[in-house]
Structure formats: C-alpha cells, structure tokens
Ligand binder design. Structure first.
Ligand SMILES: Cc1cc2nc3c(=O)[nH]c(=O)nc-3n(C[C@H](O)[C@H](O)[C@H](O)COP(=O)(O)OP(=O)(O)OC[C@H]3O[C@@H](n4cnc5c(N)ncnc54)[C@H](O)[C@@H]3O)c2cc1C
Length: 319
C-alpha cells in the first residue's frame, strides 16, 4: 500500500483512493472544489516520489517539472512526500463589486504582485479560511486589476460570500493563471466562434477584446445563451463592439421566448450556433461555461466538421 507524507502526518492510500480523498478521510481539510482535475483548487507539490502523468494533465510544463500536481486525480504507485503549493499564491484585495445582472456579480481584484496572464485563462481564488473556487479572467492584463464574473449560486459558499460578506479591500489569495482557452496571434483572417452560457461569457468577453486588440480581421461570432433575458448581461457593451468592429457578430440567445427582444435568437444554444455558423472547417472555436453544454457542443461541432485541435474549451465544473 502506498504511503503519503504530508507535513508531520503519514497516511496509507486506500485501494482506488485519490491522494485528496485520503487526506480528507484522515480529517485534514485542505482546499478543494471540483474533485475532477478541472479547477486546480487542490494543487500540491511532491518533493519525493513519482507523480502519475494523469495527475498533471492541463498544468503548464514549468509547474509539472517542479512536481506540482492535482491530488484529486492522483492515484499513486509510489510513496510520496507532499507539501502545499502556498508559494504559488499571490495576495490580492477585493477592490470593486457590482451587479452585471440579477445573478452575475462583477468582482475586481487588485493583485499585490502583477501576474502575467492571457484574457480567458482562469485563476483559483482563495478565501482566508482556505475555501477555494476557480474563476476566469474577463479582462485584459493591462487593466491593473483582475476582473471576474461570478454567478450567484443559491447556497453557494464563495459566490454568496463575495456578494454579501466580503468587506471593502477584503484580503484574498489568487493562484494561476491556468488553462489554454485564450487567443493567440497568427492567422488573423481565421473565423472565430465563441459560444457559452451564463458566466461562460467572462472568458469569451476577454478573448473577444484580446482578439480585437491584436488586430484580428476575420469574422468573429460570439453567441451568449441564457434561460431568458434576465440571464444575458453586457448586452450594450457587446452591441457596441459589434457596431465598432464590422467583423464582430453578437448573437444573444434565450431558451424561453417570453418577453424576449425580437432581435434575440430563441432556442438551445448549440442549435442556434449550428443554424447561424457554417465555417466549421477553418474556424478557431472557444467554448466556456456549463460543463454539460460545453462538452456537448465540443462533440457536436466536431461532428459538424470542426478540427478538435482548433477547439479550446473551459468547462466550469463545480463541486
Ligand atoms: C476552470 C473553471 C473556471 C470557472 N470560471 C467561472 C467563472 O468565470 N464564473 C463563475 O461564476 N464560475 C466559474 N466557475 C465555477 C466556480 O468555480 C464555482 O464552482 C461556482 O462559483 C460555485 O461556487 P460556490 O462556492 O458559490 O458554490 P458551492 O458552495 O460550490 O455550491 C453550492 C451548491 O450548488 C451546486 N452548484 C454549484 N455550481 C453550480 C452550477 N453551476 N449549476 C448547478 N449547481 C451548482 C453545488 O453542487 C452545491 O450543491 C469555474 C469553474 C472552473 C472549473
């Protein structure tokens, strides 16, 4: 049976048990959220032992080489000596909050140390007591703050706290950036397809502005879906961008037609995209938000002719 040493403790990992579950079973409450290798909230460092490659999927090479890994998807074959990844956390403060819609809170964080990132990448946000959740960057790096769009979840620990309890200049910690869902230069004529529901718009809005700042000339279609009009946000900003840049088409989409603006599309987001978009073979595609929808769209758009290597997706897997 493999052993893990963590701080002053030593534990035996049970058959089929992840390192995270083993630590939690032994009564140590370390930060974690999705338990699926998607959010990076539980990241740790192995100072001794061999980390299975599956426990490092999605991490950038520099982190992998230093022994960082995700204990929630780590099923070790050798004994491990572990520490927290505290040195990767950067102190920050909650400097601004305002509602973008009835259910979406915009949070701006001022970082104590500037962290280089690309719009669309995500960060793990830590509260003082260790509660951790991941959020995508909705702004461009030059802004002097990190902007997050947080969906208010009924009973949600982090979203509820950010909306109701966090104080002015509340200290928090930020770890990242993570993920590969961002715009890269090259091929400025390529069609871009951006699609997501709810706060999936956060990374897409950042990616859109990044592409435009980098002089992207090809057609860009951005689809934002919601149950009804109350779930759409940043509508004037996106309409303005589409007026200012003729290559941008903004398609607000609602599932329920009640009180829908006649200019909005009605229907399931993936079906609306398939109705209105046809440059599948050449497009670079960005999909963000609800995990079921993101994974479903990935499959459907691949079957419609998109190349898998051109699809960048961030599923907002929750705890
Ligand atoms: C890579 C990544 C990027 C993300 N980016 C964003 C982002 O930009 N904006 C954003 O708002 N969120 C984002 N998330 C989701 C976010 O990390 C949290 O999961 C979310 O904010 C809920 O946290 P909470 O503490 O408020 O709720 P919790 O206390 O975790 O959840 C309370 C209850 O609600 C359920 N629940 C939580 N979320 C959902 C949901 N979406 N649908 C249905 N039930 C749910 C939980 O299972 C639980 O029962 C991202 C997640 C990942 C993995």
């Amino acid at each position: 049976m493999t052993q893990i040493r963590y701080n002053d403790f030593s534990f035996s990992v049970g058959p089929g048990e992840s390192v995270l579950d083993c630590i939690l079973r032994n009564g140590i409450d370390i930060s974690h959220a999705c338990k699926a290798g998607a959010c990076n909230s539980c990241m740790m460092k192995a100072n001794q032992g061999t980390i299975p490659s599956k426990a490092q999927v999605g991490l950038r090479d520099s982190l992998k080489e230093q022994g960082y890994f995700l204990p929630c998807v780590c099923f070790p074959d050798t004994d491990l000596v572990l520490t927290d990844a505290t040195e990767l956390k950067v102190p920050a403060r909650v400097v601004e909050r305002d509602m973008l819609s009835q259910t979406v809170l915009r949070v701006r964080l001022r970082m104590e140390t500037e962290i280089p990132f690309r719009a669309g990448q995500y960060f793990t946000l830590f509260r003082q007591d260790g509660l951790a959740r991941s959020y995508s960057a909705a702004n461009l790096p030059g802004d002097n703050w990190l902007e997050l769009h947080v969906r208010l979840i009924p009973g949600g620990k982090m979203s509820g706290w950010l909306a109701n309890q966090a104080g002015e200049n509340e200290p928090v910690w930020v770890q990242g950036p993570f993920g590969f869902c961002f715009y890269t230069n090259g091929n400025p004529e390529q069609p871009l397809l951006l699609a997501g529901t709810g706060t999936g718009l956060a990374p897409l809005y950042g990616i859109l502005r990044d592409a435009l700042e980098n002089g992207h000339q090809g057609p860009i279609m951005i689809f934002h879906g919601a149950l009804d009009g109350r779930g759409l946000y940043l509508v004037p900003e996106l309409q303005e961008l589409s007026q200012q840049y003729p290559q941008v088409t903004y398609v607000p989409t609602v599932l329920h037609p009640d009180n829908a603006d006649p200019a909005w599309e009605v229907g399931l987001l993936d079906e609306v995209v398939k109705r209105k978009f046809n440059a599948w073979r050449d497009a670079r595609i960005f999909l963000c938000g609800d995990p079921v929808l993101v994974n479903g769209m990935k499959k459907k758009f691949f079957l419609a002719g998109a190349a898998l290597k051109n699809i960048y997706a961030d599923a907002f897997t929750f705890s």
